[in-house]
Design a binder for this molecule. Structure first.
Ligand SMILES: [Zn+2]
Length: 291
């Protein structure tokens, strides 16, 4: 993504019915295609492409990959389905947020034929072949069209962004609370749901697998509370966005080894879970929840 590696993950589940979880950005589609080819998955082989949610770092490549893998069914939560079929509104609002940076960071999502899209409700399942399934569980909070997916064969839970972002280099975890959908209560409920599913491992979209499930999910909830508490203080003090971001950034700095590490690691962490986006999302929710 945007010339970085190790920023956003796609996972290939091999088996009778190969399944790709997350596509990454549109600009990453050729990278994903080459990676699948190197693992023996050709154009006719991929059975399913499923995304945890439709943000462009997770689903931006869906249209391009749907074209490259004509047999694949495209699976997404029902609140996101129409945006994959017609990305024009999604792209317009992303352009408002990102401006010219959009082309470098994400590229343009291509539309996916509506007939190839299967919409998930509160729960759903993807057939991985041989009696193995990937079960989806609606998990809003980060986004209103977010699902987590658990593999019956391995206990791997694909958490998308619902448990925040994890930086493997330092083991740091930070929340992901962007506008316009962030909601504390539903975000905490989703983390509790993930715990109740009893996963063996968490597979973060940013970035990579984590074995210590219990401690990591507890940390996810704690991170949410810390960022919400601080942003709420800034909000009560009447700070504008810039001052609120500066205050929260300052007061959370010592929590994260990445920010004490080299500039490149700090920059990568900030790109994955930007303080401005997190604080803006929490402020947006506070304004809605308690005007
Ligand atoms: Zn993301």
């Amino acid at each position: 993504m945007a010339g970085y590696s190790g920023i956003t993950a796609g996972y290939l589940i091999l088996g009778d019915r190969p399944c790709l979880v997350e596509t990454g950005t549109a600009t990453s589609a050729p990278v994903v295609r080459d990676a699948l080819a190197s693992l023996g998955v050709g154009p006719g082989d991929l059975a399913t492409i499923v995304v945890t949610h439709i943000h462009l770092d997770h689903a931006g490549g869906v249209g391009d990959l749907a074209g490259l893998y004509p047999e694949a069914e495209i699976v997404v939560h029902e609140k996101g389905a129409r945006h994959l079929a017609d990305p024009s509104r999604l792209m317009a609002s992303a352009r408002m947020v990102w401006g010219d940076k959009l082309d470098v960071l994400f590229g343009e999502m291509s539309p996916t034929e509506a007939a190839r899209i299967r919409a998930l409700g509160d729960t759903g399942s993807v057939d991985l072949g041989n009696g193995r399934t990937l079960s989806s569980h609606y998990s809003p909070g980060h986004a209103k069209h977010h699902v987590g997916l658990i593999d019956s064969g391995t206990g791997d839970l694909y958490v998308g962004d619902a448990a925040g972002v994890y930086l493997p280099q330092t083991g740091d975890l930070r929340p992901a609370t962007p506008p316009p959908d962030f909601d504390l209560r539903t975000a905490l409920d989703s983390i509790a749901l993930f715990e109740a599913l009893g996963p063996q491992r968490l597979l973060f979209s940013h970035y990579g697998p984590v074995d210590d499930v219990q401690a990591t999910l507890e940390r996810s909830a704690e991170e949410l509370r810390v960022w919400v508490d601080l942003t709420r203080q800034a909000h009560s003090a009447g700070m504008d966005l810039d001052h609120a971001v500066a205050m929260v950034r300052d007061r959370t700095r010592e929590r994260y080894a990445a920010l004490q590490a080299d500039d490149a690691t700090a920059e990568q962490f900030e790109l994955l879970s930007g303080a401005p986006s997190n604080v803006a999302g929490i402020l947006h929710w506070l304004d809605r929840a308690q005007p």
